[in-house]
Design a protein around this ligand. Structure first.
Ligand code: PBG
Ligand code: ZN
Length: 325
């Protein structure tokens, strides 16, 4: 006897009853880019539909997000002044600290995640402090100021800290610093498996954070290494991470599945800027059925094992889901 698949019998509502994977608005975290000023909402040419916004505009945006059922955001700051150590990110009057306070005041029900890194705040565009002798990032010096940045976020009212620089030992350092300052219940979502990827190109336009020399290969991972990718995430689990992440998402779904099967922690994927731009521009040129491909892509993340999807598509997906129901 051959195995017969009963696709024709599983039609109508039965199809949704037996569907293995689903996408919900609750799966998403929406990235926002904040800068100083008032009434500023500047679209990024490499990412149509994505904007740099001043805080007042971000507050309006949160209103819209809530209407769509999207309550989780991740914040990136674009400071007025950049310097060698990213001072703006270490000060209570910096752009991110101000944005967190304003959002939590106006919209206390929003869940505010903060990206913790230095590339957006340093004049050299690297994710930490540069050792002038070696012209590369000094891991341990960066750990020290990362702890400072985490406390700034925590004091301002962040709901979760997401370190994205992939420095060695960052999770343990932040956990100890947060616990020591009394923030024992503040969760850490680690960018635990982050590849040195060409897919971050458009983000560096939005965040104005392209490195002025060299690349990030000394602290981000080689796309060819699967075992190392798993080990990095497992190491962050041991150090006390609450949520793990794979970034980028699409080209790394095998890694998503493998981490999911090897850790009991919730797992996020970052559907990055280059992935967004590819679909966006293909859709704008009528090369693909955009909405259909977006939903197919989101399902693939869930099917691979992601619990959380960080995506610039989140608003579009929320609108599509509203239409479907
Ligand atoms: C900061 C950071 C980056 C992204 C998220 N956090 C840029 C980078 O590592 O170069 C990329 C997100 C995207 O491409 O959408 N370290
Ligand atoms: Zn960085």
């Amino acid at each position: 006897m051959f195995q017969r698949f009963r696709r024709t019998r599983l039609n109508g509502h039965l199809r949704s009853l037996v569907r293995e994977t689903s996408v919900s608005v609750n799966d998403f975290i929406y990235p926002l880019f904040v800068r100083s000023g008032e009434g500023i909402k500047t679209e990024i040419s490499s990412m149509p539909g994505v904007f740099q916004m001043s805080i007042d505009e971000v507050l309006k945006e949160c209103e819209e997000l809530k209407k769509l059922g999207l309550y989780a955001i991740i914040l990136f700051g674009i400071p007025d002044v950049k310097d060698s150590i990213g001072s703006d990110s270490l000060c209570e009057h910096g752009i991110i600290a101000k944005a967190i306070r304003a959002i939590k005041k106006a919209h206390p029900e929003m869940f505010v995640v903060t990206d913790l890194c230095f590339c957006e705040y340093t004049d050299h565009g690297h994710c930490g402090i540069i050792d002038t002798k070696t012209q590369s990032v000094n891991n341990d010096a960066t750990l020290e100021i990362s702890a400072k940045q985490a406390i700034v976020h925590a004091k301002a009212g962040a709901d979760m800290i997401a370190p994205s620089g992939m420095m060695d030992g960052i999770i343990q350092t932040l956990r100890e610093a947060l616990d020591g300052a009394g923030y024992v219940n503040l969760p850490i979502m680690s960018y635990s498996t982050k590849f040195a990827s060409g897919y971050y190109g458009p983000f560096r336009d939005v965040a104005e954070s392209a490195p002025s020399f060299g690349d990030r290969a000394s602290y981000q991972m080689d796309p060819a290494n699967r075992r190392e990718a798993i080990a990095e995430s497992i190491s962050d689990e041991r150090q006390g991470a609450d949520i793990l992440m794979v970034k980028p998402a699409l080209a790394y779904l095998d890694i998503v599945r493998e981490i999911k099967d090897n850790s009991s922690l919730p797992l996020a994927v970052y559907n990055v800027s280059g992935e967004y731009a590819m679909l966006k521009f293909a859709g704008m040129n009528n090369l693909i059925d955009y909405n259909r491909v977006v939903m197919e892509t989101m399902i693939s993340f869930k099917r691979a094992g992601a619990d959380i999807i960080i995506s610039y598509h989140a608003k579009e997906v929320a609108k599509l889901l509203q239409k479907q129901s």
